[in-house]
Design a protein around this ligand. Sequence first.
Ligand code: PAF
Length: 293
Amino acid sequence: MTLPVVASTREELAKLLAAARAEGHLVALVPTMGALHEGHASLMRAARERVAGGPVVVSIFVNPLQFGPGEDLDRYPRSLEADLAVCEAEGVDIVFAPSVDEVYPGGDPQVTVEPGPLGTVLEGRTRPGHFRGMLTVVAKLFGLVRPDLAVFGEKDYQQLVLVRRMAADLCMATEVVGAPTKREPDGLALSSRNRYLDGDQRPAAVALSRALYAARAEAAYGVCPALDAARAELRSAHGVDLDYLVITDLDLHELPADAPAGTPARILIAARLGSTSGQTTRLIDNMDLVIGG
Ligand code: PAF
């Protein structure tokens, strides 16, 4: 295993990529905010499969622009040493780990990427400005790395749909690849925010994925039976404060109760998990299912 080369400035990054491009290699980008886990490692493997000998670039940047007031920007886990070890184990070639000033040299940008109507539903409803900040930094990363493809996890499904939409609507030359969610053996979706979970919250967190699996098992009977099955699962869990539970088509439009058999769908959930310590943690998860199938 060889250590990835770490670039912390745009110039360093550009030099490293120029060499690879001169050799005609494809370039893949895996954008992250660090606190890397097996879910991120699987994105790196998906990137490697697609570019073979070309460089896999992992960006590690906790983007202030996508955190709202009162969110977890300050306590978001930062662990560069451990992150580099994950990148090394996955054969990543370049890690781009810039400072906030490097990404936003003039402070907050005046021109940002507007997510449109999809940015105001689900996560966008509780986290106003989040998707504008996320799309803006992804657009900047696409501009800096100019990747042929970029890999995003399905765990953040709304993010994936929006990045695809941005790339299509703004004619970006990067192919956006989605990779399946990785789960713990008990079903909990891997997330950097799982580090916040305490002993009280962990069983409640698992209830989220149990609800999604229950819905998938009932989806053959339609949208309402699937949602009822998920709700029944959540009722049996303690400390789950449901934010949303919804079944949509693959572009995140809510499905009607009479959606035709065979409709490919996504069920999405967000909830706050309480704890006796008073600390709450908000988690999201989602799963694919087929209505009437
Ligand atoms: O999913 C994330 O970690 C972030 O939203 C991303 C895509 C790296 C942009 O900051």
